[in-house]
Design a protein around this ligand. Structure first.
Ligand code: ADP
Length: 422
């Protein structure tokens, strides 16, 4: 209970269908206890035997279907009870989707594939978490596909990935991220490399399809795809590409009527496009706070939640590894060999000569064992961050969650940097 201001205690009694929303102030911690009744956080039921401790910056809603009493201890930025939530609508969505899973099971066909879209900060990730939690509470094994490279839901920012959810998210720490399938993208927005982004989405869809062929429970349970908030121009094209690649059955549009109408027009009739409200509780994050959240996510990758782990620190010899960047600078069309398309360069593997400018960059360790494999479309084992480069000794130092020796030696460099101040 370190860091919690124990002198500030607030009791709340919530009537049915109400939610308590709060935000933890920077550098503070807050403890939540369920005193009576039943309540959930983004679809995970709370238990009375545990105190939930939320860290600085957490934005939480405690919702109750039947009424409850809770106690909050610590300093809060904003805290209020609201009756105005779309939870009944979301629950109905869950029920409809669950019906599709039942049908899939009876007829031995694929379960529902749901694409969640909308602008930034409309609660897309939260709706995904809610639907996944409700599904797993019924024993489903639904797969979360996260292509929001700005936040990196299943790994770190700059990645896309998938995770089959086999138990509810922890109210504090979220889903168990021990075994996700992750691909290196390298940028925090799809427009860092659209061609690569779409290639990786197609790849994820192929891998998910293969998994469905192999495991019928995963096939019937379907998937939920979390997207990023870029919904205009090429961002919109990426949404269409994702719907197509995954053959989405349902597209859940949060809050944007314009996007809803565009998708209804552009997607085939058998796709069920539905418009739903966002929760008034969703907190809009300014640009800096989104960047802080990204940093926080990378830090958590290396140090664990609440810094419960210590990363390893060691040197890697330049000569022991190969570092690549994905995408070569585009050449003027006149310089291209006849018949070669410009966009091929965007998914090309380009060797990087290690030097000082590697410092602070995040490197993804590819699972590829040889360059005969398609390294760009091979999943990654994990990440290191370069903390120092010594060109005299021809080594660079890294922070790594895994000890030496690393299992592979092909690295992909990200555009994303992380400065380790802990
Ligand atoms: P998006 O994925 O659309 O960017 P998120 O789902 O990440 O949006 O939500 C933005 C923030 O709002 C998150 O920090 C989340 O915890 C918070 N949030 C979501 N729903 C609620 C709610 N009902 N009450 C309070 N905070 C919420």
């Amino acid at each position: 209970e370190k860091g919690i201001d124990l002198t500030i205690v607030q009791d709340y009694k919530l009537a049915k269908d109400n939610e308590l929303r709060f935000e933890v102030e920077p550098n503070e911690r807050v403890k939540l206890d369920l005193v009576d009744g039943s309540a959930e956080i983004f679809g995970t039921e709370l238990v009375r035997s545990r105190s939930y401790i939320f860290e600085s910056g957490a934005k939480i809603a405690v919702f109750t279907w039947f009424g409850c009493s809770v106690k909050l201890t610590g300093k809060l930025e904003a805290c209020y009870v609201s009756k105005d939530t779309p939870m009944v609508i979301y629950l109905n969505t869950h029920a409809a989707v669950e019906q599709l899973r039942k049908t899939a099971e009876q007829e031995d066909i694929r379960g529902p594939r749901i694409l969640v879209v909308g602008a930034q900060d409309v609660g897309k990730s939260t709706v995904c978490r809610l639907l996944l939690n409700y599904a797993v509470r019924l024993g489903r094994k639904t797969t979360l596909v996260d292509i929001d490279v700005g936040q990196g839901g299943v790994a770190i920012p700059g990645t896309v990935g998938a995770l089959t959810v086999e138990r509810p998210a922890d109210p504090v720490d979220g889903f168990d991220l021990k075994v996700p399938l992750v691909y290196n993208f390298g940028h925090t927005s799809p427009n860092g490399n659209i061609k690569l982004y779409e290639t990786l989405i197609s790849r994820l869809a192929d891998v998910f399809n293969a998994k469905c062929d192999f495991n019928s429970q995963i096939k019937y349970s379907g998937c939920i795809i979390n997207t990023c908030g870029w919904i205009k121009g090429q961002g919109y094209q990426c949404i269409l590409h994702t719907a197509q690649s995954f053959e989405a059955d349902v597209v859940l549009v949060l809050d944007s009527e314009r996007l809803y109408n565009d998708l209804k027009r552009d997607l085939p009739d058998f796709v069920n496009v539905i418009l739903q409200p966002k929760s008034p509780g969703v907190v809009e994050r300014p640009r800096e706070s989104r960047r802080d959240a990204r940093d926080e996510r990378v830090k958590e990758y290396f140090y664990g939640p609440r810094k419960i782990y210590f990363p390893h620190v060691f040197d890697i010899k330049f000569s022991d590894v190969n570092i690549f960047k994905i995408g070569a600078p585009a050449l003027p069309d006149s310089c291209l060999p006849l018949g070669m398309e410009q966009e091929n360069t965007q998914t090309k593997l380009v060797p990087v000569i290690p030097g000082r400018d590697l410092t602070h960059h995040i490197l993804s360790l590819s699972m590829a064992e040889s360059l005969e494999e398609n390294v760009v479309e091979t999943n990654v084992a994990g990440f290191v961050v370069v903390t120092h480069v010594d060109t005299d000794r021809q080594v660079f130092s890294v922070l790594s969650p895994a000890p030496r020796p690393l299992p592979r030696n092909y690295f992909l460099i990200m555009d994303i940097r992380f400065i380790d101040i802990h």
